[in-house]
Design a protein around this ligand. Structure first.
Ligand code: ARG
Length: 599
């Protein structure tokens, strides 16, 4: 808001440089906001309006013939006829170098800004801010925990974990771009009776060599086998396998060193492997935590607290919290055999995270199937009297349908990545001439393949289910990840070729930007100016599609501009000005792609 801009302008020198560097935020007000501030200034000299309200009310008209900004007079709730007021104001408002024209359009005032001035301010801003263009400092000094991916050891890495990984990484990137300090947490499913089952299975089917080679795959195989054995019941309906699994897990909960040693090995080896696969996606976690960190001892305190607050009710031997009044059913906290559950551990984890980090926000990036779980979790924390629960948020998402490769259903992230790489490789080979020019085709196939998966995942609103359509996803045409990367490399090559031809942007950025007058150039430039607003928006909605759509539109804009406005073989001054425009487009696109995690 306007007040905020003014306040930050005053404060800027005070806030230490270090804060900004740590948060990688480059603190300069987006250029379009400077124009908005001018409009508000004009309105407030004529009317008695709350500046903040005026600033927030400014809209961007759908059609460019209606100007760059529109102000809806009714928002001011002034006495009199808004259409009349608009007409009167139009007469009174003075134009200047920022605002060239004002027209009244029904109850709206339409403002036409000076595009030349915009260019002169914008391009130098983008060129100097470079990888920080679009960032803001909304979150400076605040800490957000972002929990995502969170697969279960010895179980398939299913769509829920894949989407959580991709979207969670985006959430973290957006927070960092808006000044937040973040802590990324991978909360592994690494505890519970099933790990007793796994240990029992390993005694029977474990193979040290296979375990070393691919722990995730081998533990999964063992788990599947022992589960089959577990289906056999004796005449009383008991399963020997499950009984020993329960006994084993009991030992784990009791802290038995031997039992824990084996489990710890499985966990460590799995994490090493996960790290490697996440590395291919360029994703890193600050912390590998997991349900195991909240074993019986830790949860016991939670139980006592719940008990103390009269929230625990015995029911059929189990312990529950009754949430029926809130339409959330009953939440089982402990079972009759004394064992605790997923929900109990989540309560303990949230409390401990708050104690350790005193976070300003805690985000859980988890599939919509767990909506109910998180509603229960947050409600219980609220009933326990934790005021900070209002800062906990479940960022949810829909399902991936038909996620199968030629090798059958995808179970592991690595298999998905390999299959994509392979398919991408085949697509690339179809153009033999180009293929032969590529230095490291495996790496390129991997990188471009990854962008295909990720863009497909982030193209629609999070909550929509979508199907994996391989042929579409891997295409270089249409709105796909490969297309975005292709456009980015075309922009890069413009810069390379210009450099070879001796066309350079001077370091002091004294460039004759007034030469960028063609409608396509103005359109592209106008579009680049909107990027900071996009970042701001997605930092509230956490909808990656906002950035994806922006990137596609930017590429379309660039393509139609580049068809007509060349850099090479032009007057020197013009060539430099156009180069500055394309370089700014490349920087902006790159920043968008980085937020999405594909650069
Ligand atoms: N491991 C869980 C699963 O695969 C996801 C964990 C989500 N996070 C949480 N705090 N409950 O379903």
């Amino acid at each position: 808001t306007l007040k905020y801009i003014k306040m930050m302008e005053k404060k800027l020198p005070e806030l230490s440089q270090a804060v900004f560097e740590v948060n990688s935020v480059f603190a300069t007000e987006p250029v379009l906001n400077q124009f908005k501030a001018k409009i508000v200034e004009k309105l407030s000299t004529l009317l008695n309006v709350a500046e903040d309200l005026a600033y927030e009310s400014l809209e961007v008209p759908n059609k460019s013939i209606n100007g760059d900004f529109a102000f809806p007079i009714p928002r001011l709730k002034l006495p009199g006829n808004p259409v009349q007021i608009a007409k009167e104001l139009q007469q009174k408002i003075k134009t200047d170098e920022y605002i060239l024209k004002v027209t009244a359009f029904g109850p709206f005032l339409n403002f036409f800004i000076n595009k030349n001035l915009l260019t002169q301010k914008l391009l130098p801003q983008i060129l100097t801010q470079d990888t920080k263009y679009g960032n803001n400092y909304d979150g400076v000094g605040k800490t957000a925990l972002v929990e995502y991916s969170s697969p279960n050891i010895a179980k398939p890495f299913h769509f829920g974990h894949i989407r959580s990984t991709i979207i969670g990484n985006f959430v973290k990137n957006v927070l960092n771009a808006t000044g937040w300090h973040t802590v990324s947490i991978n909360y592994l499913g690494d505890w519970g009776k099933q790990y007793g089952l796994l240990a029992v299975g390993f005694e029977k089917y474990g193979d040290e060599e296979l375990l070393q080679k691919d722990p995730i795959k081998h533990l999964f195989d063992v788990y599947v086998q022992i589960n089959k054995d577990g289906e056999e019941k004796d005449e009383n309906g008991n399963s020997e396998v499950h009984d020993s699994a329960r006994r084993y897990f009991k030992k784990m909960e009791d802290g038995d060193a031997d039992a824990l040693k084996l489990w710890q090995r499985f966990r460590d080896m799995s994490i090493t492997k996960y790290r490697e696969v996440y590395g291919r996606l360029n994703i890193m976690f600050d912390i590998y935590s997991g349900e195991s960190q909240y074993s019986y001892e830790q949860c016991k305190e939670v139980l006592d607290e719940l008990q103390g607050k009269n929230l625990l009710v015995p029911s059929d031997g189990a312990l529950i919290v009754d949430l029926t009044e809130k339409n959330l059913g009953t939440a089982v906290i402990g079972k009759s055999d004394g064992s605790l559950l997923y929900l109990s551990r989540d309560i303990a984890a949230a409390i401990s995270r708050h104690e350790i980090y005193n976070f300003d926000k805690l985000y859980y990036v988890v599939a919509s199937q767990q909506n109910h779980h998180f509603k229960q979790l947050f409600t219980i924390l609220e009933e326990m009297g934790k005021p900070w629960v209002k800062n906990c948020e479940h960022i949810n998402f829909g399902m991936i349908l038909d996620m199968s490769t030629r090798r059958g259903n995808v179970v592991f992230l690595e298999e998905l990545l390999d299959a994509t790489q392979e398919s991408m490789h085949e697509v690339m080979k179809k153009n033999e001439e180009k293929y032969n020019q590529i230095e490291n085709p495996d790496l390129v196939a991997d990188t471009v393949g990854l962008s295909a998966i990720m863009i497909q995942d982030m193209s629609s609103r999070r909550n929509k289910d979508y199907s994996f359509v391989w042929s579409r996803m891997l295409s270089f045409e249409g709105d796909t990840g490969p297309y975005l990367q292709y456009a980015h490399s075309r922009l890069r090559s413009i810069e390379r070729k210009a450099e070879e031809a001796g066309i350079v942007i001077p370091e002091d950025l004294v460039v004759n930007f007034n030469l960028l007058v063609e409608p396509q150039a103005v359109l592209l430039m106008n579009f680049l100016a909107k990027f900071p607003e996009v970042v701001k928006e997605v930092s509230k909605s956490f909808e990656p599609c906002g950035v994806v759509q922006y990137c596609f539109e930017l590429c379309h804009n660039f393509s139609s501009t580049y068809e007509q406005l060349y850099v090479l073989n032009q007057e020197k001054e013009l060539a430099v000005a156009r180069l500055a425009l394309y370089k700014s487009a490349r920087i902006t696109l790159g920043n968008g792609l980085r937020l999405l995690g594909i650069m």
